[in-house]
Design a protein. Structure first.
Ligand SMILES: [Zn+2]
Length: 275
């Protein structure tokens, strides 16, 4: 427990907890309340403790490049923030302080799509930015008089909704990795997809699987888009789905070590879907 203190809202998405002396103790991102109540959130806390704007902790580049210059303002964290400064060390830390926020904040609908026990922090974070439509896609770059067409298909107007998954490239990837999970319910529409994942009424394992695949597809498509933007080697359409699949298997395997047999079925489920 952090003791007596107050919760302040920083911008729309970010909340900070200050102690009685006004010192920042913890900061939270909108939508994490569901996650905060899960027992296994310590893993997220540890893995994300290195966060800061110029670090490549997401493995898709600097956060500053991903969110654009305005990102620091949107997230309410100073550009000069360093991960070794006490104030930011606990950026994602789980704490019961969230209980206090719950009283004043309405739960956001998409929360469980982004934050869940089996999620990997860097995938969750890119997803969170995508859901908030704060990735630095072409439409956001136009504010700075920069022109950015879709690097995956050549479409003139690069937007979040185009990339996920109205773009022929990413939609084909999405179909390949989730075709069997979604069946005829698969759609190129971003909003539709998020809502379908959010209100998935199938078994728990199916739900976890769909959320993981969704996060990884968004992450990998965004990573590929950035690689092309920075002149790195392209991954052809045929290869990206197998990369996502491989990442899925690796993560599920590592989860089995942490969670024991609880997730045994997840691996079985994945093989049933992709074989
Ligand atoms: Zn495209």
């Amino acid at each position: 427990m952090l003791g007596d203190g107050n919760i302040f809202e920083l911008g729309k998405w970010m909340y900070t907890y200050r102690d009685a002396n006004g010192r920042v103790k913890k900061e939270y991102l909108e939508g994490m309340e569901t996650f905060m109540h899960q027992e296994d959130s310590t893993q997220l806390a540890q893995e994300s403790a290195t966060f800061f704007w110029f670090d490549n902790w997401l493995e898709v580049g600097k956060l500053l490049d991903i969110t654009g210059e305005q990102g620091t303002r949107y997230l309410g964290i100073l550009r000069t923030a360093k991960h070794d400064q006490g104030d930011y060390k606990g950026f994602f830390s789980a704490s019961r302080t969230w209980d206090q926020l719950k009283e004043t904040r309405e739960k956001v609908d998409w929360s469980t799509v982004v934050w869940f026990t089996q999620a990997v922090p860097r995938f969750s974070f890119i997803n969170w930015l995508a859901i908030k439509n704060r990735l630095s896609t072409g439409d956001h770059m136009r504010v700075w008089s920069l022109q950015q067409e879709c690097l995956l298909s050549g479409e003139k107007n690069e937007t979040r909704d185009h990339l996920f998954f109205a773009c022929p490239y990413s939609y084909m990837v999405w179909i390949r990795v989730t075709g069997r999970l979604f069946g005829t319910r698969i759609t190129p529409d971003w909003q539709d997809t998020v809502v379908k994942i959010q209100y998935d009424r199938r078994s728990k394992l199916d739900k976890v699987l769909v959320r993981m695949v969704f996060q990884m597809t968004v992450y990998h498509v965004w990573k590929e888009r950035n690689a092309r933007r920075h002149g790195k080697a392209w991954i052809p359409l045929e290869k990206l789905p197998s990369q996502i699949d491989k990442t899925m298997r690796n993560i599920i395997t590592s989860l089995r070590y942490s969670y024991g047999d609880k997730l045994e079925g997840l691996m079985r489920c994945l093989f049933e879907v992709t074989i």
